[in-house]
Design a protein around this ligand. Structure first.
Ligand code: ARG
Length: 462
């Protein structure tokens, strides 16, 4: 009698696979995450085989009953995942044999693990992309709520990490709303490529059975079957799309974390975090460190690496299926988990940060941040060219620097040293608030613009 625990290919093998190889080759620890999709795929595949009269109804019913039982076992944690059977597909098939006997052998008609694995994977990726999109929606709402509370919070905007021009803190936060909207769009766009169903292309050439790929495709939530069997089993573009989108989104979150870490530093002191999201030091009693922000900045690196790893795996692969591609799932699961954790932490960072409004306002006019406003004033009120006005404003900055004053501390007589033709009306350009409000061009930081933008976005993210 044949050994019940033999691998499916044991007939052809004189020796069984080396134990060490089994350990390396098995992907079950990773791809067991696909069990739900795998069982759904097998059930629909069986329904199609019955509908097409490739297997009889009774047998089909038995197979589907067994598969449902396995689903319950896995959900209840009562399923033994065996490395000997490599992956989720063969683990389930093997268990099906032990539940329903040799009828289980009819399930793998007209399919291969090559089409099976990517059917599962595409379904999983669609589900996870939608989940990420949902979480980005929540994150955007948190940014919007924070923006609404900080429309009048004026801070220095930076370029080169030098104080550049006064902005509203809300305007900074709304920048991230735009950023996350683009991330959402990337994940949404990826879905189009996840909507072609691979099931039924079998190993690489298609199959001689009279299968109905439109049926399986529709029942599994795809739009249509893939068009070329060779391309189908070779294609991992959808994996690269996902890894690329997660890498880009992680990069955005990392940049945000970097800003917040800098602003939370004792030197900048522009924001304060609630203790809930800080950690202490084991030696320095005074410390409160923004560890969560640092962690998501750190973890982003892994997501760039995972994208690079997948490119490298694919680069030299001839068509069609090669085992190299099995590595894709580990990369995707890790990147997905990292991104989900990062979004979760970002939500808390934003909710639990308090702007230090007084210091923000002070720094908003420190470093001669209204020098451009003065130049613009000269252009608009005195008809000068921008280059002329720029020079005059530069001279005023030189004077302020020499006299150790801020621009908004200069009096009219001092300002008139650089241009005689001025009256006290000019003094208003040095106020941070006026500087903010003057940027009323579309997309600019004026309070009026921000209010409009927030109500528009609130309608979009109800
Ligand atoms: N576990 C495999 C993977 O993830 C399934 C496909 C295996 N096919 C094969 N011919 N070895 O890629």
């Amino acid at each position: 009698m044949k050994n019940k625990s033999a691998t499916v290919w044991s007939t052809r093998f004189k020796n069984s696979t080396l134990k060490t190889l089994e350990q390396v080759g098995a992907s079950i620890d990773v791809d067991k995450r696909l069990f739900n999709e795998d069982i759904a795929g097998s059930i629909v595949h069986t329904q199609m085989l019955v509908k097409q009269k490739i297997i009889n109804k009774k047998r089909g019913k038995k197979i589907i009953g067994g598969l449902k039982k396995i689903r319950i076992e896995i959900k209840k944690g009562k399923f033994f995942f065996n490395k000997k059977y490599e992956d989720i597909h063969l683990n389930i098939e093997k268990r099906l044999f032990s539940i329903i006997g040799k009828d289980a052998g009819y399930l793998h008609i007209a399919r291969s693990r090559n089409d099976q694995v990517i059917t599962d994977f595409k379904m999983w990726l669609k589900k996870s992309s939608l989940n990420i999109i949902e979480n980005l929606n929540v994150l955007i709402k948190i940014f919007l709520a924070k923006s609404e509370k900080n429309i009048q919070t004026i801070m220095p905007g930076f370029t080169h990490l030098k104080n550049a021009q006064p902005i509203s803190f809300a305007h900074y936060l709304l920048a991230y709303v735009e950023i996350f909207k683009r991330d959402k769009k990337r994940f949404t766009n990826n879905i189009e490529n996840l909507e072609e169903c691979p099931l039924g292309v079998a190993a690489l050439a298609g199959t001689s059975y009279n299968i109905d790929r439109n049926f399986t495709s529709k029942k599994l939530g795809f739009k249509k079957p893939t068009s070329n069997s060779i391309d189908t089993v070779s294609d991992r573009d959808f994996v690269l799309d996902f890894l690329s989108s997660t890498a880009i989104c992680s990069m955005h979150i990392s940049r945000l974390a970097e800003d917040l870490i800098i602003w939370n530093s004792d030197i900048f002191n522009l924001i304060k975090f609630n203790d809930r999201i800080l950690t202490g030091s084991s030696i320095m009693p005074q410390k409160k460190n923004p560890d969560p922000a640092e962690l998501i900045r750190g973890k982003a690196g892994k997501n760039f690496g995972n994208l690079q790893a997948m490119f490298t795996t694919m680069k030299g692969l001839p068509l069609s299926y090669y085992k190299d591609m099995q590595e894709d799932k580990n990369l995707v699961f890790e990147s997905c988990d990292i991104l989900m954790d990062s979004i979760l932490i970002t939500k808390e960072l934003v909710k639990n940060l308090q702007p230090n409004k007084k210091r923000m306002l002070l720094l908003a006019t420190t470093g001669y941040t209204t020098a451009t406003d003065f130049a613009d004033y000269l252009v608009q009120k005195k008809n000068l060219s921008f280059r002329e006005a720029y020079k005059i404003s530069g001279k005023l900055v030189n004077y302020a620097e020499k006299t150790k004053k801020k621009l908004d501390e200069l009096n009219l007589n001092e300002i008139k040293k650089v241009n005689n033709d001025l009256n006290k009306d000019v003094l208003k350009v040095f106020s941070a608030k006026n500087a903010v409000n003057s940027k009323s061009s579309y997309g600019g930081t004026s309070i009026k613009n921000i209010k409009k933008m927030i109500s528009k976005l609130k309608r979009e993210f109800k």
